[in-house]
Structure formats: structure tokens, C-alpha cells
Design a protein around this ligand. Sequence first.
Ligand SMILES: Cc1cc2nc3c(=O)[nH]c(=O)nc-3n(C[C@H](O)[C@H](O)[C@H](O)COP(=O)(O)OP(=O)(O)OC[C@H]3O[C@@H](n4cnc5c(N)ncnc54)[C@H](O)[C@@H]3O)c2cc1C
Length: 460
Amino acid sequence: MKSNLQQSAFSVEDLQKSVNGQVITPGDAVYDESRAVFFSWVTKHPGAIVKAANAEDVKRVVDFARDHELELAVRGGGHSIAGHSLSEGGIVLDMFGMQGLVIDVSSRTAWAEAGLTAGKYTEATGAHGLATGFGDTGSVGIGGLTLGGGVGYLARKYGLTIDSLLAAEIVTADGKLLSASEENYPDIFWAIRGGGGNFGVVTRFKFRLHPVSDMVGGMLFLPASAETISGFMAAAEEAPYELSAIANVMPAPPMPFLPPEIVGKTIIFAMLVYAGSGEAGEKAIAPFKKLATPLGDMTGPKKYPEIYAGPEGPHPVAGSALTMFVDKIDKTDAQLILDRLNNNDAPIRVTQLRVLGGAMARVPVMATAFAHRSSKIMVNVATLYENLADAGRHEGWTKETAAALQQSDKGAYVNFLGNEGEARIRAAYPGFTWQRLTEIKRKYDPDNLFHLNQNIPPSK
Ligand SMILES: Cc1cc2nc3c(=O)[nH]c(=O)nc-3n(C[C@H](O)[C@H](O)[C@H](O)COP(=O)(O)OP(=O)(O)OC[C@H]3O[C@@H](n4cnc5c(N)ncnc54)[C@H](O)[C@@H]3O)c2cc1C
């Protein structure tokens, strides 16, 4: 397959004529801002960016890319760590213009176009006291996040994002728009619940909404020691399923509500979310506050959409990250995390810990293409830094830290994978899951048109 629009016999005018949305090409005033994505180290130069206006546009772009043998990237929120939402020289199908949302309060369902972000969706459904669980960051696209699984603050109470997915409309490699659900096209519906963008372009999702109006929680800052880290993990495991906790063990960043003398010291920067209100919520977060005198405490009663309020972290120039699952973080593991963090000088370095379980673990492992239902704790080791000359050092640190923390669970979460090679993609999709995904890929995308993702090749 050719990847470069410039080398193609077909002009950009042909492409513009075939769609309703805008087509942006190199030289256009908005070209550079249109190819900017969350991670600023992803700097590909697409031949054309098509801002799809509707599902018809999506079909036409898929047909155009396939017929003219052009590389096709699909962009949702643009947060792919591996840079999969851009193509070098090919076409980017940008879903950002498709943000329609139809909320049916009586049936507690919502049809959401794939260009929405988690933040926008949650704000709109929050107005009705309803929510679908996405991740920890509002600017992440519902497209990529849902297709990979979706691990967020409601995972223990209501499951992964895909566990609330009732149907999806998807344009497959032959340009057909399928309406997939448990009843219709159950094979592709199984595959897109965890298998990423390998099977087509989802134009809209139908989600179940849950009655989540209020929450108790927010940011909590604790001193980091082997005792507080392991205590935090024990408290998160014992907490009711309404509560999800993320612990970022990291040097304290400068923040207005942290005492200046703390900045640079290793702390637990935690986010606690109890999906519910009142005394039960206060009771659920109390054990975390008792682990040590908090360095900062922003917890309290809130409206659920406030999980996405406030400024997000920096858009880093360079970074390295590895994702994995572990069974436990005891005092020895916690001390290892601290020792490793103290052994690096990247401006931002973090070991992020999330206790899983609850509703996401009750779904049978074969029910969807997300294969890590029984994993206990998700860990992300990451560095962010400014000086590219330090890349080798920080990547080495990340690898060594992840290797030191590795336990018996050898899985990986696809949505946090970078460009790490086939073995790591296989770790996301072990055994039967891989086999079935490759077979479904052969049926719906035998020529691997949709390959800018954590790629699942068609079975032979
Ligand atoms: C700051 C940050 C925080 C995060 N937090 C969480 C978290 O808490 N929980 C979690 O589960 N994940 C989290 N993630 C990971 C996130 O889910 C993935 O990066 C996800 O792929 C991003 O989706 P996107 O649409 O924003 O990205 P994009 O880069 O636009 O897309 C990612 C992949 O999905 C494909 N894709 C996107 N939309 C469609 C579509 N409509 N049809 C077909 N394919 C599509 C793209 O082609 C690409 O391969 C986080 C990532 C970041 C950067």
C-alpha cells in the first residue's frame, strides 16, 4: 500500500469533492494546528486531514483511501501514546467535528458521536444526573478510549467503558456502515470492545448511562513511604466498589495548594472518587486520610463531572512509559518504587497505581476482547522530560523500573501501549483473544487498511 498522497495519481480536489467536511493540506494556514496531537513528540505530516462532518464522509474517506491505496489514520481525541492518530503522507480522518450526543433519560442510554471527549460527554450527561465511566482525563477521546476498554473511576462500580457499550455504528474497510451489537454482527461487536481501531471507524456509540450525580473525593496529597503506599493500596482494595483510587507516586509538582517546601519531594498524589454522596462517601475516603497527615486535601462532596474540572497536566516534549499489571503492592514493592524514583532526575517521573476489581472483574473474560478482567492492579511507569538528549537514559530507567516491579501477571493494557512491538501487543491480547481477533480482522479488514493502531494482523 502506498502511503503518500503526493505520490498518488489522485488529487486533493478529488478528495474535497467527495466529502462535506473540510480537507486541510500542507500549506493551509490551519495545517500545523490541525496535525497537533496531545503528545507533542508526535510530529507526522499527513498529506491531507479530512474533518469528517458525518458518517457519509467517513464512508467516502474509507473508500478513497482504500481505492487509492493511501495510508489511513483515524483520529479521535488525539491522545494515542504511539502516535497512531496521524499518518506520514497519508490521510487523517479527523472525527473531531462529529460530536452529536442524544441522551435518552427515560431509557438511560446515549448515542454519542465518536468525536466527543470524555469531558464533554460527562458534562452533558451530568446535567441529568447520569454518567458513563471513561478515564481520568477529560480531553481523552471517547473513540480510542472505548475501543481499547476504558479503565476509569466507575470501573469498580459499573465496569469498563466497554461494559456500558450497547451498540456501535462502524464503517468497515469495504465502506459499509454496520450497526453492531450483541444481536447484529456480534463478532465485530465483540472485537471492538477492547480490540482498538483495527476493525473499522466507529461513527457513534450507544452507551448505558448510570445514575451518578454526586461524588465524594478529589485530590489528596500524602507523604510517600513504604507504609503509606502499601497502606493506600490496601485501603483501595478494601474500599466499597463505589470508590476508585489512583495513586501517583512522584516528586511533588509545584501546585498552588501545596506548601512550597514539599515541591520535589516524593509524595502520593492521589485522586479518589466515591460515586455517591454524603456520609457513606466520607466514610469511604476516611481510611486514606488516616494513613498520614495529608500534605494537601482537596477532597469533599462534588458533582461527578467535576472529576474533569481544572487544568490538565503538561503536554510533554518527550517521555517514556510502560504499562503492566501486578497482583500486589506490599511494603517491599513500595520501597522499590521509592528507590527507583529517587534514582532518576526526569522532571516528571511517576509510578501510577490503580486498584481494579469489582464490576469489571465480574464480566466473563471471553465476553469481550479485553482480556485482563482478573488483573488486580494496573501500573504505569512514566517519565516526562524536556531534553531529548536524555531520552536513552529515561527510557532505560522506565524499562528497568517496570522489570523490577514485574510479578506473575504478564498482561498489558492496550490503551497505554506505545510503539513497543508485537510481543507487547500479544501481551494485551493473549491466547484465545488474539486468535479470535485475527480471525475477525480477516473477515472485516483482510488487507489491513486499519493498521495505524496496536495492530492485529488478519489471520492467514
Ligand atoms: C493524559 C492521558 C490520560 C489517560 N487516561 C486514561 C484512563 O484513565 N483510562 C484509560 O482507559 N485510558 C487512558 N488513557 C489512554 C487513552 O485511552 C488512549 O490513549 C486512547 O487511545 C486515546 O483515545 P483518543 O481518541 O483520544 O486518541 P486517538 O489518538 O485519536 O486514537 C487512539 C487510537 O484509537 C483509534 N480511534 C480513535 N477513534 C476511533 C474511531 N472513532 N474509530 C476507530 N478507531 C478510532 C485511532 O485510530 C488510534 O489508533 C489516557 C491517555 C492520556 C494521554
